[in-house]
Design a protein around this ligand. Structure first.
Ligand code: SF4
Length: 98
């Protein structure tokens, strides 16, 4: 798991440092700082996830793994890129939001 902290969003509630003090510290004004590079080993996953979920302003996000180029639906390796274009005829495949 890899996390990211957006300090521009942090409101200084301090919940993250309470749940996962090894990954978040608070500065003199109570705003969070990420300790380390955001890499979270499996042993600490639960406490960091708790901090992520309890942050009232969603300043902490989990970084997703990159989708391999070949598996991406719009990759250049697809045989016909036009197959992935959203049209009314394939609306059921891509959703009902417009
Ligand atoms: S829980 Fe969220 S708002 Fe509170 S200090 Fe941590 S990052 Fe900032």
């Amino acid at each position: 798991m890899k996390i990211r902290l957006d300090r521009t969003v942090c409101d200084g509630f301090g919940v993250c440092a309470k749940h996962a003090p090894g990954y978040f510290s608070l500065d003199d004004w109570g705003y969070a700082c990420l300790v380390g590079d955001g890499t979270v080993p499996d042993d600490d996953h639960d406490s960091v996830l708790r901090a992520l979920l309890d942050c009232p302003v969603h300043a902490i996000t989990e970084m997703g793994d990159r989708i391999p180029e070949a598996a991406h639906p719009f990759s250049s390796s697809a045989e016909d890129p036009a197959e992935n274009v959203k049209t009314e005829s394939n609306e059921a495949q891509w959703g009902f939001t417009r």
